[in-house]
Design a protein around this ligand. Structure first.
Ligand code: HEM
Length: 414
């Protein structure tokens, strides 16, 4: 195949969220990995006005691009493929959408607080949050794992880190869910434009109010850390504080919830795998890694080429958008044997938190801890849950997330 010209892709990665209503189209992704692993798609079906993009489907190419931030910028066009979903101008204050040196300096401010050791100090506090949320279910035998378990737990954890009172957890969860899953008509019936016009400004106004409160009355939460952070002797600008807050809230709210629900769904669908964890909870950390591999919470993140650059025998041109499809690379046949098999003992390496390099997930240790505690406590209390109704997925090619997961405690286990 010639390195260029670009050819239109034959896979469905570009068809957008409406095509992903039952979760990622894994068979089609596997076909693209086999036939055209570095692929150009001319237009996104759901967002035809946005133009084309490259897809990197294999682990090796995604790692190559992730390590090469000079050629694959997170800053030039931001990290979200569809500009109208979260315009680059809004992303620009978040360090996820910055290149070095500014990215490294801001990230370093947070890194000390997010090491596995420091995060481990929160284990008992987070376990208590999980237990409290499960206690609230009382003796009910049917409930929704997304709304009634995952959401309240992840909201309370991240809101506590940010210094938000518990009564505001739901308000923030609704705001962040609406923005991140803005292409889903159930979560956001009013369309992407309304989210941009109404919800994003509301987040800004609320954070501004929190900043003003802390100027009067300093706290020791992450919001204050952002306000007091200094990069080369200068405080962050207000826009950067707001967007830093937004980034932590968005990442903390959504991704861990998504992985927990996918993990529980898989465990219910594979009772023999679940039984292994019930019999031996020390396997749960391995099951967490296998869930992260098979169901990465973000299907992809974006980069933009800063110059013409070759990857996998194709030439990506300066200014082109590039999607790093973690949802594909985590099932790359060159890396995993039988990649579609859910195996709680596999304990795999994966790219769910990114493929190394500077943008590797800041919250990986926190996410792993939350996931372990959520699965431990859920299985301890409910070792044999069943699916009680239709399972649905958020309609998005960006967040890979179950939207409803109704479950029932079987009569014998009640
Ligand atoms: C299962 C849970 C999670 C998953 C799958 C996940 C995934 C990711 C991925 C793939 C990236 C890299 C983005 C890129 O390639 O451009 C990332 C970055 C990031 N994540 Fe997470 N994340 C999770 C949980 C969290 C949590 C709980 C937090 C914090 C509260 C967090 C904070 C961040 C931040 C701040 C970045 C930006 C890092 C940088 O640009 O240097 N994440 N995450």
């Amino acid at each position: 195949m010639p390195a260029n010209p670009k050819i239109e892709g034959d896979a469905d990665v570009g068809r957008g969220g409406s095509h992903w209503a039952q979760g990622p189209p894994h068979e089609e992704l596997a076909e693209t990995r086999r036939t055209c692993p570095v692929q150009w798609t001319d237009r996104m079906e759901d967002f035809p006005e946005e133009g084309g993009f490259w897809s990197l489907m294999k682990a090796e190419h995604i790692r190559e691009a992730s390590l090469n931030w000079e050629d694959f910028s997170s800053e030039l066009g931001g990290v979200v493929l569809v500009d109208s979903v979260l315009p680059p101008a809004i992303q620009s204050g978040m360090f996820i959408a910055m290149d070095p040196p500014r990215h490294d300096r801001i990230k370093a401010i947070f890194q000390k607080g997010f090491t596995p050791k420091r995060i481990g100090e929160h284990e008992e506090e987070i376990r208590e949050i999980v237990v409290n949320v499960l206690d609230r279910l009382g003796d009910r035998t049917e409930f929704d794992l997304v709304e009634e378990v995952a959401q309240p737990v992840v909201s309370r954890v991240i809101c506590r880190f940010m210094g938000i009172p518990e009564e505001d957890d739901k308000l923030w969860a609704d705001l962040m869910n609406g923005i991140l899953a803005s292409s889903d008509p159930d979560i956001n019936p009013e369309g992407v434009e309304t989210v941009m016009a109404r919800d994003v400004p509301e987040v800004f106004a609320r954070v501004q109010a929190m900043i003003a409160e802390r100027r009067e009355d300093p706290t020791d939460d992450l919001t204050s850390l952002l306000m007091n952070a200094e990069v080369e002797g200068e405080r962050l600008e207000e826009h950067e504080i707001i967007m830093g807050f937004f980034l932590l809230m968005a990442a903390g709210n959504d991704s861990t919830k998504a992985t927990y629900c996918s993990a529980m769904h898989a465990l219910i669908e594979h009772p023999e795998e679940r039984q292994k964890l019930v019999n031996d909870p020390s396997l749960i950390p391995s099951a967490v890694e296998e869930s992260l591999r098979m169901f990465p919470a973000f299907a992809h993140f974006r980069r933009t080429a800063t110059r013409d650059v070759e990857i996998g025998g194709r030439t990506i041109e300066k200014g082109d958008r590039v999607a790093l499809w973690y949802v594909s690379s985590n099932r790359d046949e060159d890396v995993y044997e039988d990649p579609d098999r859910f195996d709680v003992e596999r304990n795999p390496q994966h790219q769910a938190f990114g493929a190394g390099g500077r943008h590797f997930c800041l919250g990986a240790a926190l996410a792993r801890l939350e996931l372990r505690l959520l699965i431990e406590e859920t299985l301890r209390r409910y070792p044999d849950l069943e699916i009680a109704g239709p399972v649905s997925w958020v309609q998005s090619g960006f967040v890979n997330q179950i939207k409803t997961l109704p479950v029932r405690v079987p009569a014998s286990g009640a």
